[in-house]
Ligand binder design. Structure first.
Ligand code: JB2
Length: 209
């Protein structure tokens, strides 16, 4: 497993939206070099992200990449589309990490985020600005812990889960794969895979179409 932000090679960011600007900021603060920023949207070509001009998507195979896109499904699809790629983890220097955190690849840990003892983070996870992942939590591949969200101890977050901004998940609960926890929710019971919960205490709602 890589240690966070230990790369000296330039990183190619995939995506050039708001999340890429966050990733670029954290990377530069961590002393990492952004070598290229790729976007599939022609309207974004020529914009500047992290001091680098955005260029068109390509299939270069020799780079170190980071999937800088907020959509969990898009990060998953693009990770599978580049199976042999080398993925960089970006850790903001103002994040706090326990010594024994286990990291998979391609993770972003934002400004002021905290990840406590015994936590495990899956591949291409986002622990966004000021989020807290407490002791012994497991965060599944492609999940996003949005700004200010709190996973209290020993929470199990499945693959692709969106943990909304400012939400709180009480200790020992499980959030099933691809579930969505709405912003500000207080989750007091485990959440089934693929469902959306909102409110305090959190209750299930039909997802917006
Ligand atoms: O296959 C692709 C591809 N698919 C989408 N290749 C490349 N190189 N780029 C791709 N993209 C690009 O990701 C889109 O064309 C788009 O420019 C970018 C995603 O930007 P967007 O502005 O849609 O959102 P974001 O992912 O940067 O930020 C979202 O998620 C964050 C976590 C927003 O909701 C933010 O508010 C949020 N903080």
């Amino acid at each position: 497993m890589p240690t966070p932000s230990d790369e000296s090679r330039p990183i190619t960011l995939i995506g050039a939206g708001g999340h890429a600007r966050v990733a670029a900021t954290c990377a530069r603060r961590a002393g990492l070099v952004i070598g290229a920023v790729l976007d599939a949207d022609p309207d974004r070509i020529g914009q500047v992200v992290g001091g680098v001009e955005v260029t068109a998507d390509d299939q270069r195979g020799d780079s170190l990449f980071h999937l800088a896109i907020g959509s969990n499904r898009t990060r998953r699809d693009l990770a599978f589309a580049r199976p042999g790629a080398d993925w960089a983890t970006i850790t903001d220097p103002d994040a706090s990490l326990a010594d024994d955190v286990i990291f998979d690849v391609g993770i972003l840990i934002g400004m002021g985020a905290r990840v406590q003892a015994g936590a495990r983070l899956g591949r291409h996870v986002i622990v966004n600005t000021g989020a807290i992942v407490e002791h012994d939590c497991v965060v599944g591949d492609f999940a996003h812990v949005a700004p200010g969200a709190v996973l209290t101890g020993a929470v199990q977050v499945g693959e692709g889960v969106m943990v909304g901004a400012g939400s709180v998940i009480l200790p020992g609960l499980s959030i099933g794969d691809w579930a969505v926890v709405g912003a500000g929710a207080v989750v007091t019971r485990s959440v089934e895979a693929g469902t959306t919960v909102v409110g305090n205490p959190a209750h299930r709602v039909e997802p917006r179409r």
